[in-house]
Structures are given as C-alpha cells and as structure tokens.
Unconditional design. Structure first.
Lengths: 110, 113
C-alpha cells in the first residue's frame, strides 16, 4: 500500500540551531500537508503544498514540495524552545486518503 | 465555531471487551477520518467517511469498524479488544472529501488491560 516515510524520527538541537525533517512517498501525491503536535496535544495544520517544486515560508519555517511530487521537507531556521513537538507530513493520494508519516520529534535545548 | 469533539477522553477496557468512540466534527464539515496513534508508529489511518459513506479504509482488521450519521457525527467501534489496541484514537474533520486541512479532536486515550 501507499507509504509515507519520514526521517529522522528524533532530533535534538541546541536553541538557535537549524532543523530539517524529510518526507518521502512511495507514490506521487496530489498534495502534501504538514502538521505540528505539541506534547500532550493533537496535530495542528501548518501548511499545504500542491504544486511541483513549490516552496512556502512561514516566518522561520520553510516548506518544499519536490519536483516529482513524491518528497517534501520542512526546515526551521534558528530553532526556539517553542518549536518543540512532533512534526508530521501527510500526503494526499489520488483516492483522497491522507497518509501520515511517522513524524519527527524535535527537542530543543535552551 | 466549536472544534472537533471526541468522547470520551479517556477509557480503560479489559481484553475481549468492545468499545465505541464518538466524534462530532466541526459544524458544516462532512468528512470525518479516524487515526490510531501509538508511540513510534505515527498516525495510522483507519477510515474516512463522507456523507455517511465510507470512502477510504486503512489496513486494520475487521474488528475495527465505523459509521457516520446524517448529522456527520461519527462513531468508531472496536470489538474483541486486544492489548495492542491501546492507543490514542484521533478523529479529524474537513470541509470536503479530499479537501484542505484536517482539524483534529483532542483524541480518546484507550487503555486495554
């Protein structure tokens, strides 16, 4: 079946360092979404990418969608303690199913 | 606008029992999806309902079932509970099938003992 793989599973950084998480799908996606889940919370939508090669920015967060629409990345510049949480990518297949990656848990040391 | 409401928030059941979880989507949303979240496994897709019809299904055994009512509220049922069914069950609603963002509820934490 369709799979969305996400790496790394965990990342510990010092506050101020950059962070990147990568997402790869076994099939072409119609779009990809990114969510953040704070400890003890539920996933919250961050952004959706639709076009091949699309790049979107939200303050210190940069999201990219690959040219083949099979991979994506989230890059955080100069991490802060408020960035702590688990970041999930979620690919929308052509059947409409939203498949989540395993998530990357980010820990930031002050 | 009220968010997605899941009840109950916490549940403890014994192996072999069955359980029903409830999800009320955001008003006006017709698509409801269910996910199982366990440590290290991320969010595993269970099924998606749209206008009372199951549109997509994940790779879970038949013990897991669901339904959606005419008011878009959804229920998920797990029969013959196993220890491995212990997880956080999340419900998400969106405005349309295959639409944009999914709005998640707080989840139901199920513990099977």
């Amino acid at each position: 079946g369709q799979q969305v793989m996400q790496i790394p599973q965990y990342q510990h950084v010092q506050e101020g360092e950059d962070f990147t998480t990568y997402c790869n799908s076994s099939t072409t996606l119609s779009n990809i979404q990114w969510y953040k889940q704070r400890p003890g919370g539920h996933p919250v939508f961050l952004i959706q990418l639709v076009k091949s090669g699309e790049v979107k920015k939200q303050k210190r967060l940069t999201f990219q969608f690959g040219e083949a629409k099979k991979n994506s990345s989230l890059h955080i510049t100069a991490t802060q303690t408020t960035d702590v949480g688990t970041y999930f990518c979620a690919g929308r297949s052509n059947t409409g199913k939203l498949i989540f990656g395993q998530g990357t848990t980010l820990q930031v040391k002050p | 606008k009220a968010g997605v409401t899941q009840t109950p928030r916490y549940l403890i059941k014994t192996r072999g029992q069955q359980v029903t979880l409830s999800c009320s989507p955001i008003s006006g949303h017709r698509s409801v999806s269910w996910y199982q979240q366990t440590p290290g496994q991320g969010l595993q897709f269970l099924f998606e309902y749209f206008s009372e019809t199951q549109r997509n299904k994940g790779n879970f055994p038949g013990r897991f079932s669901g339904r959606q009512f005419s008011n878009s509220r959804s229920e998920m049922n797990v029969s013959t509970l196993e220890l491995g069914d212990s997880a956080l069950y999340l419900c998400a609603s969106s405005g349309s099938q295959g639409g944009t963002e999914a709005f998640f509820g707080q989840g139901t934490r199920l513990t099977v003992v």
